[in-house]
Design a protein around this ligand. Sequence first.
Ligand SMILES: [Zn+2]
Length: 74
Amino acid sequence: MPAEYYYVTKQTDQTNFHLLHRRGCIKLPPPNSLVFIGSLYNSLQALTVAKVRFGENVKTCYFCCLSHPQKKQR
Ligand SMILES: [Zn+2]
């Protein structure tokens, strides 16, 4: 299984969360607003790495990280 490149937004959104994106995402922000966190094998692994660097307030992008590790109910 090939690794994929993952990025986290430098800025937080309205809910104070950083967004985790995979390379090639249709909603990927400009490169200068992203931090490359590594080449990883799935979004869950990328989320773990992202949380080590950015804290707990990281969530996966809806468009590129479809396998949500936990589903939030509202
Ligand atoms: Zn995305």
